[in-house]
Write a protein that binds this ligand. Structure first.
Ligand SMILES: Nc1ncnc2c1ncn2[C@@H]1O[C@H](COP(=O)(O)OS(=O)(=O)O)[C@@H](OP(=O)(O)O)[C@H]1O
Ligand SMILES: Nc1ncnc2c1ncn2[C@@H]1O[C@H](COP(=O)(O)OP(=O)(O)O)[C@@H](O)[C@H]1O
Length: 207
């Protein structure tokens, strides 16, 4: 069946197998876990740990990592505000496709601007967009500095580095916040368990 969309001469093609059918096959609900936070806050670490945890439970997930996507789909984008916005928009659209495929899509990007993340939330419709805020102090992220980028940013060798001379707008209403307890960051497996518990409680881990 075909129906017209807002764009002229472009039609939406419906197929007989839908999201619900795919979800039944996978025994899970397609959704997006969107991990946001400063560079070095542990986004990729949580993404990998969560992916492993879900895999061990027989759940199908897939990671879209900012660094990795910038090697291909988004290789033409830099870090100017409009490029970051386009980066988030594209990843949001791809994540939406993965969720429609029935997967638990884990998007791991700095995604510094609230409006861009909210646009992805609106694209996915609320319950299917789970925003995870890596609420780590800048000093912790900068102290880790695994790629040496903060050092370069402090030396003025990278301009517009998030948290140094470019803004990070923390979420106002995220579903999950990962933060230090008594000055100690939870272990990667603990962070993953926190997210899996949320997904389980909300019914995403069954059809
Ligand atoms: N100017 C500037 N600001 C922030 N980050 C920078 C910059 N230049 C390069 N990098 C590296 O790019 C990684 C972030 O890419 P993202 O796609 O997640 O960024 S964004 O969401 O579009 O803001 C980020 O990776 P992570 O450390 O994994 O966050 C950095 O390694
Ligand atoms: N929960 C954690 N406890 C201790 N170290 C961590 C934790 N999460 C991440 N790290 C370390 O911090 C550094 C940055 O983590 P990473 O996942 O690459 O962050 P991001 O993807 O946000 O840039 C890495 O060296 C990683 O091993």
């Amino acid at each position: 069946m075909m129906s017209a969309t807002g764009s002229s001469n472009i039609f939406w093609h419906e197929c007989p197998v839908g999201k619900v059918d795919r979800q039944k096959l996978l025994n899970q609900q397609g959704c997006v876990v969107w991990i946001t936070g400063l560079s070095g806050s542990g986004k990729s670490t949580l993404a990998c740990s969560l992916d492993r945890e879900l895999h061990s439970k027989g759940k199908l997930s897939y990671i879209l990592d900012g660094d990795n996507v910038r090697h291909g789909l988004n290789k033409n984008l830099g870090f100017k505000p409009e490029d970051r916005t386009e980066n988030i928009r594209r990843v949001g659209e791809v994540a939406k496709l993965f969720a429609d495929a029935g997967l638990i899509c884990i998007a791991s990007l700095i995604s510094p601007y609230r409006d861009d993340r909210d646009a992805c939330r609106a694209m996915l419709q609320d319950p299917n967009f789970v925003e995870v805020f890596m609420n780590m102090p800048l000093e912790v992220c900068e102290g880790r500095d695994p790629k040496g980028l903060y050092k370069l940013a402090r030396a003025g060798k990278i301009k517009g580095f998030t948290g140094i001379d470019d803004p990070y707008e923390p979420p106002l209403n995220c579903e999950i916040e990962i933060k230090q307890k008594d000055g100690v960051c939870p272990a990667p497996s603990e962070m993953a368990v926190q997210v899996v518990s949320y997904l389980d409680q909300k019914g995403f881990l069954q059809a």
